[in-house]
Design a protein. Structure first.
Length: 116
């Protein structure tokens, strides 16, 4: 998924050289980048939904022995859950791009247990 958000609204943080001034009045020693005017945690990824289900059947064989059958389904609706987009503004080709999933596709597993 390309450009999950408007990537043209962001630019890399400006570099202030050693001895430069921030806003024309604050001297910088050592140089580096300055913070922009965005708040914390402004980028949100796509919503996440996962539906897991299990069916369990217990069968008594004797007074002290029973057989338990489990059938578990993970991501039962087989819904793709996309990871957060890349937030590295210094790499324009990947910025804003979603390139991974957060959960596996539907997985089923069976179990048979004998309790005594």
């Amino acid at each position: 998924m390309n450009e999950f958000f408007n990537t043209s609204a962001f630019v890399p943080a400006p570099l202030v050289p050693d001895g430069g001034l921030i806003d024309g009045k604050y001297p910088v020693s050592g140089g580096g980048t300055i913070f922009g005017n965005l708040g914390r945690n402004i980028l949100r990824g796509p919503d996440q939904q996962d539906f897991d289900i299990a069916a369990i059947k217990t069968t008594p064989l004797t007074d002290r022995v029973r057989l338990i059958f489990r059938w578990e389904i993970f991501n039962a609706l087989n819904r793709p859950n996309f990871a957060n987009p890349s937030n590295d503004v210094s790499s324009p080709s990947a910025f804003g791009v979603i390139s991974a999933l957060t959960v596996n596709p539907r997985i089923m597993q069976y179990a048979l247990k004998l309790e005594f």
